[in-house]
Ligand binder design. Structure first.
Ligand SMILES: Nc1ncnc2c1ncn2[C@@H]1O[C@H](COP(=O)(O)OP(=O)(O)OP(=O)(O)O)[C@@H](O)[C@H]1O
Ligand SMILES: [Mg+2]
Length: 267
C-alpha cells in the first residue's frame, strides 16, 4: 500500500550566473496514500527537481519533505524512480533487470524468481524474459522498467516523463496498463509530464506549475471514470482548462515565456 507524501513550504535553489537561482518556491503539496498525482508545467519549471527532493537525491534549500510521516534525508527502497529513458542495464536480460533491485535487497533466489515471473506476466513480457534491452521496442523497455519498479513494492513511485519518448499507440497502451498496476498495488504515484492531456488522463489531481521559479498555480481534481485515455472527449476538455491556467500564468508574467523548441507544454 502507498504511503502519504507531505511537501511543506519547499524551495530549492541552484548556483546561477549571478548567485543562487530559485528553481522551486513555496511548494506545499500533500499526496494521500495511494493517490496518483500528476505535475505538469513548462520545461525548466522544476518538475524533476521536485521528484529529486522526494527521492532524497537532494535536500531542499527551505521547507521539508516527509514520506509516511518520516522526513526524507536520502534515497530509500520505499521510493523508486522511473525515468524517460528506461535506465535498464544493457548487459542484463529483461528478467535479471527486473530482479536486480530485489537481488540488491537480499531477496532469496526462489522468491526473486517467482516475483520476477509475476511482474513480467503483468506487463506482458514473459516471452521476452531472456532478451536483452537492445532487443526490445521502446514500449517493451518502459514495460520492463515499470516491472522492475513495481517488483520492489515501493510505497511511492516517482515517474519523470516515463512515456515521453514513445510513439502514441505504445504510450496509450502504457497509460491504461499503468492505471491497472496502480489500482492493483495501491502505490502512491507522483507523475511528472509536460503533456497536459497525459496529466489529466492519469491523475487523481493535476498540479500545475509555473516556471521561474516553479510555483503551484493550480491543483485540479480529476474525477472522471478510469481507465482514462488521452483521446477521451472529457479528458481533452479538462486538459484545455488546465492549459488555460498555464496561459494565464504566462500572460501575468508568472511563467517564463514559452515558444522555444525545448520549452514546450503540449496539449
Ligand atoms: N543540479 C543543478 N544545478 C544547477 N541548476 C539546476 C540543477 N538541476 C536543475 N537545475 C535548474 O533548475 C531548473 C529546474 O530544472 P528541472 O530539471 O527541475 O526542470 P524540469 O521542469 O524537469 O524541466 P524539463 O521539462 O525540461 O525536464 C532549471 O532552470 C535547471 O537549469
Ligand atoms: Mg525534467
Amino acid at each position: 500500500m502507498g504511503a502519504p507524501v507531505a511537501i511543506a513550504d519547499v524551495a530549492q535553489a541552484f548556483p546561477g550566473r549571478s548567485g543562487e537561482r530559485l528553481a522551486l518556491d513555496g511548494i506545499d503539496l500533500s499526496l494521500a496514500p495511494g493517490e496518483l498525482v500528476c505535475v505538469v508545467g513548462p520545461s525548466g519549471c522544476g518538475k524533476s527537481t521536485l521528484l529529486d527532493l522526494v527521492a532524497g537525491h537532494t535536500r531542499p534549500a527551505r521547507g521539508s519533505v516527509a514520506v509516511d510521516g518520516s522526513p526524507v534525508t536520502g534515497p530509500g527502497p520505499d521510493r523508486v524512480m522511473v525515468f524517460q529513458e528506461h535506465a535498464l542495464f544493457p548487459w542484463l536480460s529483461v528478467a535479471d533487470n527486473v530482479g536486480f533491485g530485489l537481488k540488491q535487497a537480499g531477496v532469496p533466489a526462489a522468491e526473486r524468481e517467482s516475483t520476477v515471473a509475476r511482474w513480467l506476466a503483468k506487463v506482458g513480457l514473459t516471452d521476452a524474459a531472456s532478451l536483452h534491452p537492445h532487443q526490445l521496442s521502446g514500449g517493451m523497455r518502459q514495460r520492463a522498467a515499470l516491472a522492475r519498479a513495481f517488483a520492489m513494492r515501493p510505497a511511492v513511485l516517482l515517474m519523470d516523463e516515463p512515456f515521453s519518448a514513445l510513439d502514441a499507440p505504445s504510450r496509450d497502451r502504457l497509460h491504461v496498463e499503468l492505471q491497472e498496476l496502480w489500482r492493483e498495488t495501491g502505490t502512491t504515484i507522483l507523475f511528472v509530464t509536460h503533456n497536459v492531456r497525459e496529466a489529466v488522463a492519469l491523475g487523481d489531481r493535476v498540479i500545475v506549475l509555473s516556471s521561474g521559479p516553479g510555483r503551484i498555480i493550480g491543483d485540479v481534481r480529476v474525477s472522471l471514470a478510469r481507465p482514462r485515455v488521452v483521446e477521451s472527449e472529457r479528458v481533452v476538455a479538462l486538459a484545455q482548462d488546465v492549459r488555460r491556467l498555464l496561459d494565464a500564468a504566462d500572460q501575468l508574467g508568472i511563467a517564463a515565456p514559452r515558444g522555444g523548441e525545448d520549452d514546450h507544454v503540449v496539449i
